[in-house]
Design a protein around this ligand. Structure first.
Ligand code: GRF
Length: 200
């Protein structure tokens, strides 16, 4: 059984895509064991509760340092003995000690074709606003392994999505989710056995 921890900050549609893939049998032998949010009012936590999955609120604001927050995250996640950590719209930049502890076992979904529109400051709608401003005709999503630099680790999966002339950032964000993010993330989890052998 592949045990996953999913870290979230918001609506949790990517979490839902994982849960749906488990429900419909696309993801076999996989279990979301804990969902952690840095925001108390995150719909993602409600989604987890509906599935009777551990739903934990842990905010860096309640810790005196990034390191002590990381320590508590590590303690919590280790108590579930997870194999893989999925950042699904998690807006906290994790401390190096966290990355080190779970080296090559943390993946992130980013709503652009990395290295475009990626790195510090590129999150949420901002990514799509910048893509529209630059006038790219293709954007997309990327699943990558998390290392110490934001949106920088090895790229595992990418999927391109067309940009249309009258797109707004909101419209584009929705298309990227529907056509790329919600399929790429379950695929990355499904193929954990393949890529985890390459990155040990
Ligand atoms: C997604 O676009 C994800 O790529 C980005 O934040 C958004 C999270 O959406 N990093 P949701 O919470 O999964 O609905």
């Amino acid at each position: 059984m592949l045990k996953i921890a999913v870290l979230v900050s918001g609506g949790g549609t990517n979490l839902q895509a994982i849960l749906d893939a488990i429900d419909c049998g696309q993801l076999k032998n996989t279990e979301v064991t804990t969902v952690i949010s840095n925001r108390k009012i995150a719909y993602a936590l409600e989604r987890a509760e509906k599935y009777q999955i551990d739903a934990t609120y842990l905010s860096p604001r309640e810790f005196e340092s990034k390191e002590s927050y990381a320590q508590e995250l590590i303690r919590h996640i280790d108590s579930f003995q997870v194999d893989l950590i999925v950042l699904a719209g998690f807006l906290v930049i994790l401390d190096k000690s966290f990355i080190r502890h779970f080296r090559n076992r943390i993946i992130n979904i980013h709503p652009s074709l990395i290295p475009s529109f990626a790195g510090e400051g590129y999150y949420g709608l901002k990514v799509h606003e910048e893509a529209l401003k630059r006038g790219v005709k293709l954007t997309g999503a990327t699943v990558h392994i998390v290392d110490e630099i934001t949106d920088h680790g090895p790229i595992l999966y990418q999927k391109a999505v067309e940009v249309y002339p009258d797109d707004t950032a909101e419209v584009l964000q929705k298309r990227v989710m529907e056509q790329a993010e919600w399929t790429l993330l379950p695929q990355a989890i499904n193929e954990f056995d393949i890529w985890s052998k390459l990155y040990k």
